[in-house]
Design a protein around this ligand. Sequence first.
Ligand code: FES
Length: 109
Amino acid sequence: MLIEVARVADIADGGMIAVSVKGKEIVICNYEGRFYAVSRACGHLNAYLNSGTLDGYILTCPLHFAQFDITTGEALSGPVPPDPDPLHATADLKTYPVQVKADTISIDI
Ligand code: FES
């Protein structure tokens, strides 16, 4: 089900915003004019990724610097320093399909 979450003008190129939709916390990222939606909680220990940094398609967690590909949700690298607890393995991020129509960004959730 498509839900409107933002206007294109709300998210500058290289920027991101956090939205809450149907009880899910999501980050919408603008990567070179294309928009991607991933879960807001880091795949390591759930830090809010919208407080991190977006460099191209790579989103870096503000807490322990794990990195994720926003186009796929893939965890590219784990925390720094590495977390020795196997229960804290870094999971990929959930991704959500994004649709842009005119100036409206919607996600399929
Ligand atoms: S909570 Fe994100 S890297 Fe640890």
